[in-house]
Design a protein around this ligand. Structure first.
Ligand SMILES: *Cc1c(COP(=O)(O)O)cnc(C)c1O
Length: 473
């Protein structure tokens, strides 16, 4: 399968776009044509374990990786004890809905689902090409720890992760800084998240430095991550229909509610639906940073700057420029690279894209609806779900449940993607329920573990020196 840029031109195969998700012309890598899943094809997947299903689904995109090799990679990612639940992604009925458990991985958040696979796949592709990769990233919490836990201990990859000093929770700090692997470098920058991100951006615009030190990223536009996320949409549909009688199965539709930030998770749902998975609607939930809700309600995409991005109590969704949206707009505009490039040109000129002429198709053709959840909604939803079912959900999942309730339809199961475990956000849970969850033995051990992190001022030269001295290659 060939990959093309959303703004025109071909980019190579899956292994090529795994290392470089952004096309030279600024577009994003997408498959030239989307593979199709027929009703018979879906039925044949029913008996598979999660890693086996991942091999089949990712294999539709990674046609340049032999199946036996791919099976080894998915087994490495999802086999043997890496995820707390035996079924990897457990489904739990909660208060008339179904929670899809995507947070059973090592960092208790859904990013592990894709990142664990990406770590395996990167090492494989780098080995084949005899290359190394030094991943440089900035994190305010979840992404950085998921990346570090996926890349730790690899031979051909090292990680330099910048985090804002004193601005993460004790749990998030422990999850990252307790890693003792030599290829993981935690750098606590004196500044806020935006300062960290600016340092990374400045290094990446210096192409000589970037090339000399094989710098790369594993951010949410990485197509390897998008492909690995399609797997759990298919898995969840299969598990929801296991008990449905054979003749009705193929037409049995479910809806998914997706707590969203960079539009990565829900984009994978959009692809699953376009491939033929029987998905009725995709319910996009945002927090107070509701650029995407505004887009799906009005057709106007108006990203906001850092100064207009609120720090909310569902912090992993504090995103005001959704890096994956261009892939959806490409499909919306009939997969026309010229129209897509023109739209992003308009964005540069006017800080806005007006797609209101297409608004009617958002729901009718693509099944996407949306809504916003606030701090008060989050607290009320966590409390309400706890009172009714005894289950404690995290603030991001609560945003999903809140918006899912607004779009529930009789006869169509609503599946809410659980994007993190409540243990990661003990303060908010305490605010909602009056008591925080008692930390379990593993959490206490994590919080007490020795930490490995270096402090650094917000200084580009010091960062360059540190990377030059410690990078692989
Ligand atoms: C990253 C993240 C999200 C948002 O996912 P996107 O793919 O960026 O839309 C939601 N919840 C949690 C807990 C996350 O870590």
């Amino acid at each position: 399968m060939q990959y093309i840029s959303t703004r025109g031109g071909t980019l190579g195969q899956y292994s090529d776009v795994l290392l470089e998700g952004l096309a030279p012309n600024g577009g994003l890598a997408v498959p030239e044509t989307l593979p199709r899943l027929s009703a018979d094809g879906l039925e044949r997947l029913r008996v598979l374990t999660y890693p086996q299903l991942a091999t089949e689904i990712i294999g539709l995109f990674a046609t340049d990786i032999p199946r036996t090799d791919l099976a080894r990679l998915t087994e490495g990612a999802y086999g043997d004890g890496k995820f707390a639940a035996e079924e990897i992604v457990p489904l739990t009925a909660v208060d008339g809905m179904t929670i899809v458990g995507l947070s059973e991985g090592p960092t208790l958040a859904f990013k592990d689902m894709a990142m664990q696979f990406l770590g395996e796949a990167l090492e494989y592709v780098l080995e084949k090409n005899d290359r190394v990769l030094n991943v440089v990233g900035a994190t305010s919490g979840d992404t950085g720890s998921a990346a570090e836990h996926a890349l730790r201990g690899l031979d051909r990859v090292s990680v330099f992760m910048l985090s804002p000093q004193g601005r993460m929770s004790a749990f998030q700090r422990a999850q990252m800084y307790s890693l003792q692997d030599a290829n993981v470098h935690n750098i606590a920058v004196e500044g806020v998240f935006d300062d960290c991100q600016n340092l990374v951006k400045r290094l990446n615009t210096d192409l000589d430095f970037k090339r000399a030190h094989s710098l790369g990223a594993v951010n949410s536009i990485n197509f390897g991550r998008i492909s690995a996320q399609i797997v759990y949409y298919v898995w969840a549909w299969l598990r929801m229909t296991d008990a449905v009688a054979e003749p009705e199965r193929a037409s049995f539709r479910v809806s998914f509610a997706v707590p969203s930030g960079n539009f990565g998770n829900i984009l994978s749902g959009h692809y699953a639906r376009a491939m033929g998975a029987p998905i009725h609607e995709l319910v996009l939930a945002t927090n107070e940073n509701n650029v995407l809700d505004e887009f799906f309600r009005t057709g106007h995409y108006r990203p906001r700057g850092a100064a207009d991005t609120l720090a909310t109590s569902s912090p992993s969704m504090d995103v005001s420029r959704a890096s994956n949206l261009e892939r959806f707009v490409f499909d919306l505009l009939g997969r026309d690279p010229e129209r897509t490039a023109a739209a992003w040109h308009e964005l540069e000129e006017r800080d806005e894209i007006d797609l209101s002429a297409e608004l009617g198709r958002f729901r009718s053709e693509f099944g996407i609806v949306s809504g916003t959840s606030t701090h008060a909604d989050r607290l009320a939803t966590i409390r309400d779900v706890h009172d009714r079912s005894g289950v404690t959900i995290d603030p991001h999942t609560a945003d999903g449940v809140k918006v899912a309730r607004e779009h529930a339809e009789a006869g169509i199961p609503m599946l809410v993607l659980e994007t993190a475990k409540p243990a990661k956000f003990a303060d908010l849970i305490e605010e909602a329920l009056g008591e925080s969850p008692e930390p379990d033995a593993a959490t206490r051990a994590l919080l007490d573990a020795p930490q490995r992190v270096i402090a650094m001022p917000d200084d580009e030269q010091q960062l360059r020196d540190y990377i030059s001295a410690n990078a692989l290659g």
